[in-house]
Each structure stands twice: as C-alpha cells, then as structure tokens.
Design a protein around this ligand. Structure first.
Ligand code: AMP
Length: 187
C-alpha cells in the first residue's frame, strides 16, 4: 500500500500517519521529520535547510526526493508507505511515480484531509506552544500556507485525474478523523 496523506500544514497529517503506523504496521515517510532530524543531528544537510525551513519555504525537490528514495525499500518491507508532507510539488509527485514504477509499484490512494483555514491557524498556535517549532510562528505559518496554495494544491488535479483522491473531513477530534480515514481506506 502506498498512501499519500495530503492536506495543508496543520491538517493533522503527522498525527494520523502515526496512528496508521500503529494500526496497520505501515511506515511513515515524513520528509519534515527527516529534515528536523538532520537538523538536530547537525548534519551538513540539516545546516543547509535550517533557514529555509524556519522561514516556511520549501527545500529543493532534489533533497526531499533523495530522502524518500533512500527509505522506499524499508517501506516496502513494512508492507506500506504513508507519505506525509511529500510530495509537495508536481515535480516531486512525478519523481515519486517514477521511483515507484521502477519498483513495480504505484500510489494506491491519496487521502486529502479537509480543514478550514481558521481551524488551521488555531492548531498552529497550539502546536507552537506545545512543540515550540520555529516554523509555527504566525509569519512562517503564513508563508507555509501560501506555498501550500501555490505549489502543493496543484497536486490535487494531478492525482484526481488518476482517480486517486478521496476527501476526508479533517475537522473535529483525532479519533473521529482516524475513523473517517479508516472507512475511506477500507472502502
Ligand atoms: P512539515 O513538517 O511537513 O510541515 O515540513 C516542515 C518543513 O520542511 C517545510 O515547511 C519545508 O521547509 C520542509 N519540507 C518538508 N517536506 C518537504 C517537501 N516535500 N518539499 C519541500 N520542503 C519540504
């Protein structure tokens, strides 16, 4: 199973991906988590992306595609990949399709978490307090939303043309959203 969890920053992709890992044994592939780990470890890559991430801008396609490529064999062994925060541009989606095709696989489903903008801003403010993420400041969050609308939202028609997109209401509690995702996947 290759599942893309799609949605704007703050939609709950990471939270729901972790639930799917626990429930179904699939592997979460979060490029955001990988980049944050690289920063924490102080690697060359981590240092290179730090300022870009803190501004809320996207790092280069080549960087995130390489991170994903490295982990595909492990995800395959787990029986499934949950792409979380990747792909974020059409170029990334095309690269992912090519990588999967080379392994005799494909994207099976795209679940889009639909959350209204006011709720996103509230969740961001909460997460800034709880996790202290540098890119959860009001300004960086606005940049992230702008980048999402300009560069990532075009992935919806990209995947919709392939008949792969299922919209899931992402409002409300974590359990409720999880139940809706499970229903969509088992459909
Ligand atoms: P996230 O945790 O998914 O919100 O990602 C945090 C930050 O990491 C983003 O704001 C970007 O700066 C960077 N990032 C994560 N995934 C990607 C991606 N697929 N393409 C470009 N930049 C990314």
């Amino acid at each position: 199973m290759n599942l893309v969890l799609f949605g704007p920053p703050g939609a709950g992709k990471g939270t729901q991906a972790k639930r799917l890992v626990a429930e179904r044994g699939w592997m979460q592939l979060s490029t955001g988590d990988m980049l944050r780990e690289a920063r924490k470890a102080g690697t060359e890559l981590g240092n290179k992306v730090a300022a870009i991430m803190d501004r809320g801008d996207l790092v280069s396609d080549a960087i995130v595609i390489a991170l994903i490529e490295e982990r595909l064999p492990q995800a395959e062994a787990a029986g499934g990949a949950i792409f979380d925060g990747f792909p974020r541009t059409v170029a990334q989606a095309e690269a992912l399709d090519a990588l999967l095709e080379g392994r005799g696989a494909k994207i099976d489903a795209v679940v889009r978490l639909v959350v209204d903008q006011n709720e996103l801003v509230e969740r961001m403010a909460r997460r800034a307090e709880e996790e202290g993420r540098a890119d959860d400041t009001v300004e960086a969050f606005k940049t992230r939303l702008d980048n999402y609308n300009a560069q990532t939202a075009p992935l919806i028609p990209y995947y919709a043309e392939q008949g792969k997109v299922t919209d899931v209401d992402g409002m409300g509690g974590i359990e409720d959203v999880a139940a809706r995702i499970a229903a969509a996947l088992d459909d």
